[in-house]
Design a protein around this ligand. Structure first.
Ligand code: URA
Length: 205
């Protein structure tokens, strides 16, 4: 018989899911990463943000978006009047993929098999949270969300209907904003990102 849905059950099931994810071997990335970095945020969030994969700091902390890109994201959300605590934040790939160069661990972009293997976890998260809006930050997240490669510049700015009535959006990754070399262009790109987040925030409030 089906167990009636009670808040306690939701939390128990969620913890079991996280536990299972912490032992994930669906792709080889678990071998070199410190730990699985699962998503974080309220399970009734109306807005889910998907990044690429944990970076160096996230891998060590076990939490998504806590390093430089996360700090930029925090500030952008604040400016967009979105409370990060109300948002579920996760990544398309849940283990850090890197190349060791001396003491440094250099980020490597995950490839299709890794994104596909990890899509299972994203589906688990989305099935439970059932957000109104899903935002892909950057090309890897967009690929995970849409199941195909897309160009950010051609895909951003308009809602994309997804399964279960979820509204998808694609925008840039905060790390891209950190890397724009020209200061004026960086400011313009950042302002555009904040504007997109603000519009999205209005759609979920
Ligand atoms: N970049 C991401 O895509 N995700 C993180 O969690 C951190 C940096």
């Amino acid at each position: 018989p089906k167990v009636p849905a009670r808040p306690g059950n939701v939390a128990v099931a969620w913890n079991a899911l996280r536990e299972e994810a912490s032992a994930c071997t669906r792709c080889p990335l678990y071998r070199d990463a410190t730990q699985t970095v699962f998503g974080e945020g309220p399970l009734d969030a109306r807005l889910v943000l998907v990044g690429e994969q944990p970076g160096d700091q996230e891998d060590l902390a076990g939490r998504p978006f806590v390093g430089p890109a996360g700090q930029l994201l925090d500030r952008a959300l604040e400016e967009a009047r979105i409370d990060r605590a109300s948002v579920y934040v996760t990544n398309a790939v849940k283990h850090f993929k890197y190349e060791q160069r001396g003491k440094r661990r250099i980020h490597q972009t995950p490839e299709t098999p890794e994104i596909q293997a990890c899509r299972w976890w994203l589906d688990q998260e989305l099935d439970r949270i059932r957000p109104r809006i899903l935002v892909a930050l950057g090309a890897t997240a967009a690929r995970a969300m849409l199941g195909k490669a897309v160009t950010i510049s051609r895909t951003r700015g308009a809602p994309i209907p997804l399964d279960n009535g979820v509204e998808g959006w694609v925008t840039v990754h905060p790390s891209f904003l950190l890397r724009v070399p020209d200061e004026a262009r960086k400011a313009a790109e950042r302002a555009r990102f904040v504007e997109e987040l603000r519009n999205i925030g209005e759609r979920v409030s």
